[in-house]
Design a protein around this ligand. Structure first.
Ligand SMILES: [Fe+2]
Ligand SMILES: [Fe+2]
Length: 196
């Protein structure tokens, strides 16, 4: 079979769906290539800063890696701004949707709300609310998100930082995106209260 014959999903046969299933699995696995392709586009995005958004992401992931963080945090750092091109008004939500089936819940939460927490470092200078993050006060991941912004985000606009190359992150990406999606063993809530 090269193609199914149905034109409405309801008319597909079990045989046709058995034919489609491995194609879908293969397509899911190749998401790493598509993510890399999209990350490269960030080299030509928002201007005016010392570094491109791609370099910012590389700096973020490099700092996480050099600090000894795990695969989840490194991949979360690399992808946290990948939504910039297609969702400039809610880039954090788009990135979180991409990582949610694979990363532990704490990192997905950080990715989803980093833009709100990041405001602490600049929003007052643009007439905004630097304390926007306070609406999450008491949340178990609050401190972790503060730490992410402090260590791997707000400080990653340095034109002289020696970042790793994008391809050097391929093994980390491959490991994470070859996980079984939505596996509770990976995406489960963080229970270490000492780190919040
Ligand atoms: Fe961001
Ligand atoms: Fe960022």
């Amino acid at each position: 079979m090269e193609k199914v014959t149905f034109t409405r999903l309801q008319d597909g046969t079990a045989e046709e769906y058995a034919f489609l299933e491995p194609l879908e699995e293969q397509y899911c696995h190749e998401v790493v290539d598509r993510l890399f392709e999209h990350l490269r586009k960030l080299d030509d995005s928002l201007g005016g800063y010392q570094v491109s958004r791609l370099e910012h992401c590389l700096q973020s992931a490099t700092r996480a890696l050099r600090a000894g963080e795990d695969d989840d945090m490194i991949v979360g750092a690399l992808l946290h701004d990948i939504g910039d091109i297609l969702a400039p008004c809610n880039h954090d939500e788009l990135a979180a949707a991409i990582v949610r089936p694979y990363l532990r819940e704490e990192i997905t939460w950080i990715v989803q709300y980093h833009a709100t927490f990041q405001k602490f470092y600049y929003a007052d200078k643009m007439g905004g609310d630097k304390n926007a993050r306070n609406r999450f006060t008491g949340h178990p991941y609050f401190d972790a998100c503060v730490r992410f912004c402090e260590d791997y985000d707000e400080n990653c606009f340095d034109g002289s930082y020696n970042s790793m190359k994008l391809e050097e992150f391929r093994p980390y990406m491959e490991r994470v995106f070859s996980r079984k999606p939505w596996d509770q063993a990976n995406i489960k809530p963080h229970t270490d209260v000492t780190r919040g």
